[in-house]
Ligand binder design. Structure first.
Ligand code: AOF
Ligand code: ZN
Length: 360
């Protein structure tokens, strides 16, 4: 199962929006690996089918063998056929699954179908925790119908993301900035705000990583002030712009650049962020990677929409500069959003801090 989990991690940048799944087929002797595989690109084969094909290519007989799978084998016809039928047809005798597939179209029916066909099924709950962590965005989308929101920021030891005059390049070191690209690469989409688009004209794409796909770009832009000539719009990938009150000419100019404009106003004339997340869930976004300025960050945190903070902290002191989160209304300390540290790692000269919002 640990091998299967390691294989699943190979799908990190590849299988979106499908979950990252690994499968290892082991012979009756309990240790000979007959075949293995992991989930391919959406629409491509799942882990089990890859493992069965691998065993077939190596002329291995998988009848009555054991398949270790990091997610319940699917039972439905999606973009591909059901994996549990493929396992049954191949004569697999025993399946060890790490965790139930939260997809309502599967949700236990895969294990049930296997059992009904005489395959013995066991669950490895410890591996289940690891599989769930690897697929936190997929579980979020299936269960909560919205993405897992991971907010990235680079800051000084005293929490500043820029000097008061706006200078911010660079506070963190090269190693931290390179590390951040891995987190972009694994996300289904990168979210930013119009303020960042106007101030930095960023690319917000994945660079220097071997990846078959660029995440989609999502821009929160109430008034559609994003310049149609922005560099980020020239990167080949899908761009979604959420606005509140679109000006027809601006909308047409952005659409001419290939962007999709979505109108979702809240009661105050801004973008309804909660509705946006639900919409992104509908559009199959698992992990949403936020790289925005203080205003959007603050609004997301205030609305309890941030699930995880990914903070790179440089050992520098900037004094009174710009903060990573602004505009929070906190009448009392007890109202402050609280997180729990999940991981603290030194990356180059900086710290990478991952913290998960309480109750998320
Ligand atoms: C598996 N093994 O490796 C993965 C599974 O549209 P499809 O046919 O590709 O199906 C996608 C769904 O299949 C996905 O939402 C999830 O429920 C399951 N993913 N299942 O048996 C795999 N990646
Ligand atoms: Zn499947």
């Amino acid at each position: 199962m640990q091998q299967a989990l390691a294989l699943a991690a190979h799908a990190l940048y590849i299988s979106n929006p499908n979950p990252r799944v690994g499968c290892v087929i082991v012979a009756h002797d309990g240790h000979t690996v007959l075949g293995s595989g992991f989930t391919q690109r959406a629409g491509g084969p799942h882990a089990e089918v890859m493992a069965l094909r691998d065993a077939a290519a190596r002329n291995h007989d998988v009848r009555s063998a054991t398949a270790y799978v990091t997610l319940e084998p699917c039972s439905h016809h999606g973009r591909t056929g059901p994996c549990c039928d493929a396992l049954i047809a191949a004569g697999i005798g025993h399946v060890v699954g790490a965790i139930l597939d939260p997809n309502p179209r599967v949700a236990g029916q895969g294990f049930e179908r296997l059992r009904a066909a005489g395959v013995t099924v066991d669950i490895d709950a410890r591996a289940g925790k690891q599989s769930r962590a690897l697929n936190i965005g997929f579980f979020s989308r299936m269960v909560r119908k919205q993405p897992w929101v991971r907010l990235k920021a680079g800051m000084s030891l005293d929490g500043a993301t820029a000097l008061a005059n706006g200078e911010s390049q660079w506070i963190t070191g090269e190693a931290a900035r390179a590390d951040a690209h891995h987190w972009r690469a694994r996300a289904c989409a990168i979210l930013t705000g119009v303020g960042t688009m106007l101030a930095d004209d960023p690319l917000l794409n994945v660079r220097n990583i071997d990846t078959p796909r660029q995440p989609r770009l999502v821009i929160v832009d109430s008034q559609l002030r994003t310049p149609p000539g922005a560099k980020a719009l020239a990167v080949p990938r899908e761009v979604l712009i959420y606005c509140a009150h679109p000006d027809a000419a601006r909308r047409a100019a952005l659409e001419a650049r290939g962007a999709t404009v979505i109108v979702l106003p809240d009661a105050h004339g801004r973008v309804d962020l909660q509705a946006m997340l639900q919409d992104l869930g509908q559009r199959e976004v698992n992990e949403l990677h936020v790289e925005a300025g203080g205003t959007l960050n603050g609004a997301l945190v205030q609305a309890h929409l941030v699930d995880e903070c990914l903070l790179y902290m440089a050992p520098r002191i900037l004094g009174k500069g710009q903060g990573a989160f602004s505009g929070l209304a906190l009448p009392q300390l007890k109202n402050a959003p609280t997180l729990a540290f999940q991981e603290i790692t030194q990356v180059g000269a900086d710290l990478r801090i991952r913290a998960i919002a309480e109750g998320h």
